[in-house]
Design a protein. Structure first.
Length: 431
């Protein structure tokens, strides 16, 4: 079972950096390179098809708008280009690794006018049109550059083979490659051009992905809506936490301190008449005071543990793991400490996950990993238990999703029946 619990639930879109740390050899063996190049060529074909279709259907629909057939034709055309944009998002995910969720507004349940208003007033509809119209000229440039660079690279690398086949290559009128010694330097030039081609193809794919995210992804309106919902959930979570603290104080430490006051009052009244009983009452008050201090300390630890403030996530999570009923392996791969809010949410996500594991999962071992990926702090808690974990409304995991949403984070739960369970949180590194 998989649940993404930060509603509207979408973590910010991230594009893979086109040039990894492995250099040209890494780009050569990276499958992403060999998916990007065909996509850039295919984009010119699909862009041409969409340009022709839209250049015909949209003007015809507008011309016929005065008669009854114009509006249905325009609606069908709009639905068609939206379907094309949906297909393009899937292709972008397969080819470039750019995951763009469909950003359309919720469709009304009934009513012809409501349906038309939903279609015409959705900004995503018109952004889809803009992308499909730009796809043709953009695809022609990308395909042209890609094809020319790959043909030139392959031709230079294959010069010795062409010479052996008796096919000389004329660079200029005076420069003709027709012997093996003459072809070898051009092989080196071809290797250098291949490296350039790899970088250019990946760069074009990356820039194409940026454009796709801008036109096919969610706009500022949805972003603002998501942030408002996140803040509202954060306020609700903070209010629920305040009520919990208030309840714990009233039912726990406050009652113990009230009992201490009563014991001290009784001891004072019996101090002269019954010193022995007064001594017992003082001993009882002393024990009650220590118990109240312990409860207050536990309550403060639940708000923000001191070890997290003093020593950071590694020490705080190690302390949590030491108290777990099973062996828990902790790995923290963060060199510099994130802001206190991020640390606190990461800590409580791990604490709640380990608590749920101890209560419900029947796990025998678990692992906790905290690492920085790009500009996000990733927290992963795994166990080998029976699975079935859910973010139920009002439950602990749903509360953690609310905590994560307050700083624009996301909580993902993968817990199929029979296990294993993975709880993954993605939080911004800077807040």
């Amino acid at each position: 079972m998989t649940a993404e619990a930060a509603a509207p639930g979408r973590a910010p879109l991230r594009l893979r950096v086109p040039f990894g740390p492995r250099g040209p050899l890494g780009l050569l063996v990276d499958p992403m390179t060999w998916r990007t190049a065909p996509y850039l060529i295919l984009a010119s074909v699909t862009g041409f098809v969409w340009f022709v279709v839209l250049a015909v259907t949209v003007p015809v629909s507008l011309v016929l708008f005065g008669v009854w057939v114009g509006l249905p034709l325009l609606v069908l055309t709009m639905l068609l280009w939206r379907a094309g944009a949906m297909l393009e998002r899937r292709l972008l995910r397969l080819a470039l690794g750019v995951a763009i969720p469909d950003p359309y507004r919720p469709r009304p349940i009934s009513g012809v006018m409501s349906q038309l208003g939903w279609l015409f007033r959705d900004p995503a509809t018109w952004k889809d049109l803009g992308y499909l119209l730009l796809l043709f000229p953009l695809g022609m440039v990308e395909a042209g550059v890609t094809v020319v660079l790959w043909i030139c690279s392959a031709g230079l690398l294959g010069q010795p083979i062409l010479v052996l086949l008796g096919v000389p290559t004329s660079i200029t009128e005076r420069l003709v490659i027709d012997t093996i010694p003459e072809s070898l330097p051009w092989v080196l030039v071809g290797a250098l051009l291949t490296i350039v081609t790899l970088y250019v193809v990946r760069a074009m794919g990356w820039l194409h992905g940026l454009l796709a995210v801008a036109l096919l992804g969610a706009g500022d309106e949805e972003r603002v809506t998501h942030l408002r919902a996140s803040r509202a959930r954060g306020v609700d979570a903070a209010e629920a936490e305040r009520r919990r603290i208030e309840r714990d104080l009233h039912d726990g430490a406050q009652q113990r301190l009230l009992a201490v006051v009563l014991d001290l009052g009784r001891a004072r009244s019996k101090f002269d008449s019954d010193p022995e009983e007064a001594r017992e009452l003082l001993t009882q008050a002393h024990a009650g005071t220590k118990a109240a201090i312990t409860e207050l300390r536990d309550l403060a630890r639940g708000i923000y543990p001191a070890i997290l403030t003093d020593r950071g996530l590694d020490a705080a999570l190690s302390a949590l793991a030491a108290r777990a009923p099973v062996r828990v392996e902790v790995t923290v791969e963060i060199t510099t400490r994130p802001p206190a809010a991020v640390e606190s949410i990461a800590y409580f996500i791990v604490a709640e996950a380990l608590t749920n594991m101890a209560k419900h999962s029947a796990a025998t071992q678990a692992s906790v990993r905290v690492a920085r990926e790009d500009e996000r702090v990733v927290v992963e808690v795994r166990d080998d238990g029976v699975g079935g974990a859910l973010a139920r409304p009002g439950g602990g995991l749903a509360g953690l999703a609310d905590r994560a949403a307050t700083i624009d984070g996301a909580l993902i739960i993968r817990s199929p029946e029979g296990g294993p369970t993975l709880i993954r949180a993605e939080l911004p590194y800077e807040w």
